[in-house]
Ligand binder design. Sequence first.
Ligand SMILES: NC(=O)c1ccc[n+]([C@@H]2O[C@H](COP(=O)([O-])OP(=O)(O)OC[C@H]3O[C@@H](n4cnc5c(N)ncnc54)[C@H](OP(=O)(O)O)[C@@H]3O)[C@@H](O)[C@H]2O)c1
Length: 199
Amino acid sequence: MRILLIGASGTIGKRIYDALSPKHEVVRGGRSGADVEVDITDNLSIEDMYHAVGDIDAVICAAGPAKFGPFSEMSEDDMYVGIRGKMMGQVNLVRIGQKYLNDGGSFTLTTGILADEPVPGSVGVSLVNGAVNSFVVAAAQELPRGQRINVVSPTVVADSAEMYADFFPGFDPVSMDRVVNGYVKSVMGRMTGKIIRVI
Ligand SMILES: NC(=O)c1ccc[n+]([C@@H]2O[C@H](COP(=O)([O-])OP(=O)(O)OC[C@H]3O[C@@H](n4cnc5c(N)ncnc54)[C@H](OP(=O)(O)O)[C@@H]3O)[C@@H](O)[C@H]2O)c1
């Protein structure tokens, strides 16, 4: 399978790459140091990426910029970091990518537990996680040529637990192997329109 992995240099993306690359051709996407450069906040950049990459059976997005911060201090621009990044960045990867993805191919996006279990300071992230979850359920009904779409929604992952400890008091970190398996299940399986919660 030929798989395009956006956010491949990230905490989660690196581990998805390690799991899939022994058996599949994985093309890494990101803003720097990747096989193909892409900024998911820029539609032209997304279009250029799909042109450059060519034949693709699966797209995974493990990139999703969004801003944490107390709601009382969040400006509209702060909210738009997540709306332009994690929300519309992923929506546009699918909106544009449906023209390029092979018949029967799949999209796998990323949200997170904050859609369902917000914490103080997560309004800007919870908002877009919920939106992307709903987008995936709806888009699954309309994708052409047998294409599928799912979203992986992890709780805090073990590799980030220390960094996010203050934001997620009392949350049990999940192993990276379980998170990666959410992506593997989405890409290799037949499911569509699913929110794969890894908690
Ligand atoms: N870590 C966790 O515990 C956790 C838990 C639940 C959900 N999540 C979600 O999982 C996703 C990945 O998290 P992570 O911790 O792996 O993040 P990370 O370590 O910060 O990595 C982010 C990745 O996305 C790329 N990226 C960032 N902005 C981009 C843009 N505008 N266009 C294209 N690529 C971009 C980065 O590479 P470049 O900078 O080179 O572009 C990097 O490869 C996020 O949506 C996050 O909210 C994470």
